[in-house]
Design a protein around this ligand. Structure first.
Ligand SMILES: Nc1nc2c(ncn2[C@@H]2O[C@H](COP(=O)(O)OP(=O)(O)OP(=O)(O)O)[C@@H](O)[C@H]2O)c(=O)[nH]1
Ligand SMILES: [Mg+2]
Length: 404
């Protein structure tokens, strides 16, 4: 499914569970996404394992039988990395590592790792480092208890404890330092944002890989990095765009993903300030993705967490060139017609009745419906502008000459 290039990929396997709240179909979707994450991080997935269970085993997450099966596979195929779709407790992680003798990673760690690889600016790097240390802190106990046992246990308790404390203190100091550094950069960024004057601010938001940067490039004729991997964008890019005679600022932002580690949301708060402080959101959706409605829900959840859910929003359904409804045969009485059979027209009607007029269907790549898109954005930006400067500002906009 995914193209691979020449560099060395780690050999990985994926593990997920089927539970009451997560049926096999859901799990498959999550695993597809996890595989994409693994590929983005630099691993190739050799096999997927799943287990049906009511409740995860507190010690090893999966059951004993399944563990043996995986153990055999890992040995036989020389697997480097075992990736769990769910977050593991520090103790589970340690126990599984012992049993499988491979690197054990959960979804959170994987996402953190991708962010670390992709962070370009010192600002993004600081944010990621902070998130990584916060992930590490509660796990330090485990690390040392493990070592303690290796050393023989009895008598080691005192020094062991001291070492944990020393280690924790170092990490805590580092966290304090990074936070202070971020506060300083935040202040600079807030000033920069303040200097942007009266221009209406529009932010592209959405799930990762939906085409935000591609759209940004089309609209602003800029050259923002876009590619078919997750989290291509980590830093926000702001461009001044003129549609009609109306200038506004357009921001490209980091993509969201379900189960986004809370540490990341926390430390990327200031990147997300761009979203929080914007006047209008363009919520970009990849309509060709089978789980696009889940994606919308995940994005809305995060928007809610950062208090940006009530902003004026245009829903931008992208990749219509790639959208394929499932075939529906009216003569087949066994198959019920559901939303997987919807035509684009039906989706348009569905969303318009759900959220009103502010819905648009486009293809950023094929440049389909871009005129309507521009018109929609123009109308909305103008509306915001007029409500803010009811009189001359719009008719005699001195902002026209203003430069970034
Ligand atoms: N078929 C099709 N592909 C598209 C379209 N728009 C973008 N893509 C592709 O989708 C992939 C992701 O595009 P990006 O613009 O990087 O997506 P993004 O939302 O910025 O992703 P992140 O920065 O990772 O959150 C790229 O391979 C694009 O070429 C479209 O309209 N149709
Ligand atoms: Mg992007």
């Amino acid at each position: 499914m995914l193209e691979t290039d020449n560099h060395e990929y780690e050999k990985a396997i994926l593990i997920g569970v089927i539970t009451q709240s997560q049926d096999e179909e859901k799990l498959n979707e999550y695993m597809d996404e996890l595989e994409f994450l693994a590929y983005t991080a630099g691993a190739t997935v050799r096999k997927r394992f799943s287990q049906k269970m009511a409740k995860p085993n507190p010690k090893t997450f999966i059951g004993t039988g399944k563990m043996e099966e995986i153990q055999a596979y890992v040995k036989a195929h020389d697997i480097d990395t075992v990736i769990f779709d769910d977050e593991l407790s520090p103790a589970q992680q340690r126990n599984i590592e012992k049993a499988l003798e491979a690197k054990i990673i959960d979804r959170t760690y994987l996402i953190l790792d991708i962010f670390a690889q992709r962070a370009q600016t010192s600002y993004a790097r600081t944010q990621v480092e902070l998130a990584q240390y916060e992930y590490l802190l509660p796990r330090l106990v485990g690390l040392w208890t493990h070592l303690e046992r290796q050393k023989g246990g009895i008598g080691m308790r005192g020094p062991g404890e001291t070492e944990i404390e020393t280690d924790r203190r170092i990490v805590r100091d580092r966290i304090t330092l990074l936070k202070a550094k971020l506060i300083k950069i935040d202040k600079q960024m807030a000033t920069q944002r303040g200097n942007r004057g009266q221009l209406v601010r529009v932010a592209l938001v959405g799930y990762t890989n939906v085409g935000k940067s591609t759209l940004m490039n089309v609209v602003s004729k800029s050259d923002v990095f876009a590619e078919n991997k997750l989290f291509a964008t980590l830093d926000t890019t702001v461009r001044k765009v003129v549609v009609g005679n109306l200038p506004f600022l357009l921001t490209d932002t980091v993509g969201f993903i379900r189960k986004l580690p809370t540490q990341l949301v926390e430390s990327f708060k200031s990147t997300l300030d761009e979203v929080r402080e914007s006047d209008l959101l363009l919520h970009v959706v990849d309509i060709s993705h089978e789980s696009f409605e889940d994606h919308i829900a995940s994005v809305n959840k995060i928007l809610d967490e950062i208090d940006a859910i009530d902003k004026p929003t245009i829903m931008v359904f992208n990749k219509i060139d790639k959208y394929q409804p499932e075939d529906y045969d009216e003569a087949d009485l066994m198959v019920e017609r559901t939303s997987v059979h919807y035509s684009l027209e039906e989706w348009k009607n569905t969303w318009m009745s759900r959220t009103g007029d502010d819905v648009i269907f486009i293809s950023a790549i094929e440049k389909e419906n871009m005129e309507q898109f521009r018109k929609k954005v123009y109308d909305k930006v103008r509306e915001i502008h007029v409500s803010r400067f009811p009189y001359n500002a719009f008719l005699y906009p001195d902002i026209m000459g203003e430069e970034e």
